[in-house]
Ligand binder design. Structure first.
Ligand SMILES: [Zn+2]
Length: 169
């Protein structure tokens, strides 16, 4: 089990609202440590990476590489469905790699910060009490798991392998 560490919510919010688009910076491989994320997978249209602020072990984000904002409005239905195929593949890879009682998939974001559309894929581990599941399990204010950089790199590699084996999906 990983311990939790608090995050500085004020600077997190300030970065989200005033900094450059963090997903575009990850896509262009900005070397600044705040944009150095563990990338799991990337293709012509999508990028998949571990959440830098993991409230759950294996918490992964999937985004279009291009800066799109609206979860349905910025996609044709065919683009949207093709994208969801990747979301499915990530979710199945996670379920295979990480002990998961239930997988959560959601798109949040805001026009006031974190505008680049992305999907959260968060595996809830077994044994979490009901009242601490769902939105309770995703609350950043509870702190994030203290996971070493080496462990994050290894986790990303293992999820990548699982995804490669699901290539036909
Ligand atoms: Zn962007």
């Amino acid at each position: 089990m990983f311990q939790r560490q608090p995050i500085d919510m004020e600077s997190y919010i300030r970065r989200a609202q005033t900094g450059p688009c963090f997903i575009c910076e990850i896509v262009r491989r900005n070397p600044d440590p705040q944009y150095r994320n563990h990338i799991i997978y990337e293709d012509d249209t999508a990028i998949v990476f571990l959440n830098k602020y993991p409230v759950l072990y294996g918490y992964t984000l999937v985004a279009p590489r291009a800066h799109r904002e609206h979860v349905t409005g910025d996609f044709t239905v065919d683009e949207y469905l093709a994208f969801q195929r990747r979301v499915y593949r990530v979710a199945e890879a996670l379920r295979q790699e990480v002990p998961t009682e239930r997988i959560y998939i959601l798109s949040l974001g805001s026009q006031q910060g974190n505008r680049h559309v992305h999907w959260h894929i968060a595996p809830l581990p077994p044994g979490v009490p009901y009242r601490e599941q769902q939105l309770g399990a995703l609350n950043l204010e509870k702190g994030i798991l203290k996971i070493s950089d080496d462990e994050m790199a290894s986790l990303a590699a293992r999820i990548r392998e699982r995804m490669e084996r699901l290539n036909g999906v």
